[in-house]
Write a protein that binds this ligand. Structure first.
Ligand code: 5CA
Ligand code: ZN
Length: 409
């Protein structure tokens, strides 16, 4: 699949430091030391009802990760998937009486437009679940042949007991896992499973649903977790730097993915850090496609909101916090964008060297974007109150805000 166009990232003078970020698996901050090419896998959308502010907030967090890495003069190998076949997508297409392929294509196209408008850096590989099927089938066969998977009425399940490290990503107890499994796409109550938590690797073809040739697995379609494992291992290999997503992916999705990879390779963890963004709410409840309490990036854009203001609204919240979208959040961001633009519109101003270091320092410290915004606010206030004599300082600020925060002034 094609991704979306990259906006240019200005190269700043000097060099940023290594990123320190919260890892869910160890529940602590880790300083990552990627090689010359940092490797990141971010779970992509299931393409219906895209792109809401919750999605945008999560992708914003991982965009910052890349900008920090680029500032260390490394390259970044970024991979993202699109879950373009799965139960919720098929259910939505059925409900709305439209073709599921057309729905997925339309929503993926809209997501690309929104990501472009928000200046999110594109993945090097953008891979759909459907196009990944030829790579998924042999992995499921290997898991089955190794005794880590079993058949139940034609479906193939992964056995969580095959992984001695199962549970280490989320750190949850069995009762919590069971609840979340039922909420988030699992089927803990299906009888005949070895462990209620066991997730499906391959679903045998169902009447009226799409299916593909699965070789010795028979016709069917892939489970959700193996999709991301197959794509990540194919393009990044084991032990890549970050697997990212919203906090609702820690269990079961990233837990099961780590388990599949452990059973396939004998190694844990698949990613050196499991990084999770907080949930954005609207009217007191998590913004979600299933509840329908959504604010869309495309709707805001149609209403004439500058994408740079949307981006500033996201950046005003720490990526790990759960927060609520309100009109005030957007108004504050619009006002901030206006102040910043006025401040950089003059040819000279207060020295910007210390500010660049402050932005860098804030971001390497677990992506503290609000602290970065506060530093720019201070410089802008000084500029607007008193001005300054440093020739070119506003240009330095513009380039730093663009390179490190993805905001075009
Ligand atoms: N296709 C799978 C991942 S492989 C999926 O979870 N798709 S999704 O469309 O449901 O979500 C895409 C990303 O947005 C995920 O990382 C998810 O955690 C995140 N996300 C969904 N809702 C919110 C929200 N309200 N706030 C923050 N992030 C959210
Ligand atoms: Zn995923």
């Amino acid at each position: 699949m094609h991704a979306w166009p990259a906006s240019e990232v200005p190269v700043l003078p000097g060099k940023g430091r290594d990123l320190r970020i919260h890892d869910t698996a160890t529940d602590g901050l880790v300083t990552l030391d990627p090689g010359p090419v940092a490797r990141i896998y971010v779970c992509g959308i299931t393409p219906y009802d895209a792109t809401h502010i919750g999605h945008a907030a999560t992708y914003n967090a991982f965009d910052l990760v890349q900008r920090v890495w680029l500032d260390t003069k490394r390259q970044v190998h970024y991979v993202q998937n699109v879950t373009d076949v799965d139960d919720p997508l098929l259910e939505r297409a059925e409900r709305d009486g439209i073709d599921w392929v057309a729905l997925a294509e339309k929503e993926t196209a809209l997501f690309r437009e929104d990501m472009t408008a928000l200046r999110m850096l594109p993945p090097r590989e953008y891979i759909g679940a459907v196009e990944a099927i030829p790579g998924i089938v042999p992995l499921v066969e290997r898991l089955r042949d190794a005794g880590a998977a079993y058949e139940l009425e034609g479906d193939i399940y992964f056995s969580v007991e095959a992984d001695p490290d199962f549970g280490k990503v989320s750190g949850l107890d069995a009762a919590a896992m069971r609840l979340l499994s039922a909420e988030r796409g699992g089927d803990p109550d299906r009888s005949g499973k070895k462990n209620p938590l066991d997730p499906m690797l391959w679903m045998a073809a169902r009447e009226g649903e799409p299916s593909w040739d699965g070789g010795s697995l028979g016709r069917g379609r892939p489970g959700w977790h193996i999709e991301c494992v197959a794509i990540a291992l194919d393009h990044l290999g084991m032990g890549f730097d970050i697997q990212g997503g919203g906090s609702d992916l820690a269990f079961p999705h990233h837990e099961m993915g780590a388990s599949h990879a452990q059973a396939l390779t004998g190694e844990f963890p698949m990613a050196k850090a499991y990084v999770h963004a907080g949930m954005v709410a609207l009217h007191g409840e998590k913004m979600s496609k299933s509840k329908g309490n959504l604010v869309f990036v495309s709707k805001l854009r149609r209403d004439g909101v500058d994408p740079a203001a949307i981006r500033l609204a996201l950046l005003a919240h720490h990526y790990r916090a759960d927060w609520e979208w309100t009109d005030q959040v957007l108004q504050d961001a619009v006002a901030r964008l206006g102040r910043w633009r006025a401040a950089v519109s003059r040819p000279d101003g207060p020295s910007a060297e210390a500010l660049v270091e402050e932005i860098r320092e804030a971001l390497v410290n677990d992506l503290d974007a609000p602290a970065a915004l506060a530093a720019v606010d201070r410089w802008a206030a000084l500029q607007l109150d008193q001005g300054g004599t440093d020739e070119g300082a506003p240009g330095v600020v513009s380039r730093a805000v663009d390179a490190l925060l993805g905001v075009a002034l």
